[in-house]
Design a protein around this ligand. Structure first.
Ligand SMILES: C[S@@+](CC[C@H](N)C(=O)[O-])C[C@H]1O[C@@H](n2cnc3c(N)ncnc32)[C@H](O)[C@@H]1O
Length: 391
């Protein structure tokens, strides 16, 4: 395949370093070979799976920085210790009901794990084991180093899993996992429901649509999509939530992510979906460039998440905004532990809290959804402002 320079509409983005381009080019060849082997087409979800997770080459599997100021995007645990410290209060409440283990899925740099473990240690609420399920071998190593540096005495409690354990009593949590799960793209065009995929044209990737079939067609039909409409349906995220629910004998699940209930997600005005790419803190909507060098995400349909967990026999414990959840967990008390007159310490923390809570930043768009089996509600994070009725 010819090298892939940035297309004109992305010419303002910084060029990747040559070493990254080499990895990107190898990944493009892998994807192109799969398209050829598939008769000239692969689904978008398969393309996204390869672009993000192809072993050693995908965005999350290769060695780029990814998270944080030096990477492509910033998540709440990267932004502020206040996030993990607030969440720790919720985790402590569940552990207090005799739930021994925490499972974090998709732990990124390990920032949340390190913060949670230290906060739970300080409050005397440590889990017996902190289990991490992480697809990326590169990130597993970073998580281990991060926890070793921040909480060396707690490292023996941390175990990395290759698969979900059968039937555990645990609190499973995941921050910004579901948005990174490969989504299918569907298009409603002249009354027909099509699945958008990726084909090759002169050695470059291009979108190409085929009639949708099977489970995807049924899911799209159920949404009653308007005409001339393109959106995502995340069957893999639904399956993942079902498998998480099946693993929990007694315990809870908490997912934190950006997204909406189905009625808002599939609103007629959102006619081009929610697919986004993140590259060096620039957001754009072209997933077919910078292959393997940029994050690709879709917002989360929280109604589908709720249906999947409830189908798998769990009980809804709450759904609210990130701002409301963190306030319910006491983020303002945690902020107040730093005296406001100590401006050097207080000002950056207050700015971080503002980012986590402000409706114009992460406060409204990000949501928290919780499910339980054999645990008592209400959960601390949902005591006020529960919006489950909107799902
Ligand atoms: C957007 S990052 C979020 C990282 C971290 N939770 C944070 O908030 O900073 C998504 C993470 O989920 C991981 N991941 C994606 N799909 C996964 C899966 N099926 N099982 C385990 N980890 C997964 C990625 O490798 C990455 O660590």
């Amino acid at each position: 395949m010819p090298p892939a320079p940035l297309p004109p509409h992305l010419a303002h983005l910084p060029l990747p370093p040559p070493a990254a381009e080499v990895v990107g080019e190898r990944l493009r060849r892998v994807i192109a070979a799969e398209i050829e082997a598939g008769g000239g087409w692969i689904s978008f979800s398969r393309y996204m799976a390869l672009a993000l997770y192809a072993p050693g080459l995908g965005y999350y599997s290769a060695g780029s920085t990814k998270l944080g100021a030096a990477g492509d995007f910033v998540t709440a645990p990267e932004l502020s210790a206040l996030f993990g410290r607030s969440l720790a209060r919720q985790v402590a409440q569940v552990i207090g009901q005799g739930i021994p283990d925490v499972i974090e899925v998709g732990a990124g740099s390990g920032a949340l794990a390190a913060e949670l473990l230290n906060a739970l240690d300080a409050s005397g609420d440590l889990p017996e084991r902190y289990l991490i399920l992480e697809l990326s071998a590169d990130l597993r190593e970073r998580q281990r180093s991060r926890i070793k540096a921040a909480a060396p005495h707690l490292l023996p409690r941390v175990e990395w899993l290759d698969t979900l354990p059968p039937q555990v009593d645990a609190l499973l949590l995941a921050n910004e996992l579901l948005d990174a799960v490969p989504a299918s793209l569907v298009r409603m065009s002249e009354g027909a429901i099509e699945e958008v995929g990726v084909a090759l044209a002169d050695g470059n990737f291009e979108r190409a649509a085929r009639p949708a079939t099977g489970e995807l067609l049924a899911a799209a039909q159920a949404l009653n999509l308007p005409h001339d409409y393109e959106t995502e349906i995340n069957l893999a995220a639904r399956a993942l939530v079902r498998s998480f629910a099946a693993t929990i004998n007694r315990g809870a699940m908490l997912f934190i992510d950006y997204g909406f209930p189905a009625a808002e997600y599939y609103h007629p005005q959102r006619s081009r979906g929610t697919l986004m790419c993140h590259y060096r803190h620039h957001a754009h909507d072209d997933p077919l460039t910078l292959v393997g060098l940029q994050d690709i995400t879709a917002h989360v349909d929280f109604t589908a998440v709720a249906d999947a967990a409830i189908d798998a026999g769990m009980r809804m414990l709450g759904y609210t905004t990130q701002a409301q959840f963190l306030i319910n967990c006491g983020i303002t008390d945690l902020l107040a532990e730093t005296p406001a007159h100590d401006a050097r310490a207080y000002a950056p923390l207050a700015a971080q809290a503002q980012k986590l809570l402000s409706p114009a930043e992460m406060g409204e768009l990000f949501k928290v959804i919780g499910f339980g089996r054999g645990v008592e509600g209400p959960l601390l994070g949902f005591v006020r402002g529960d919006r489950s009725h909107t799902l």
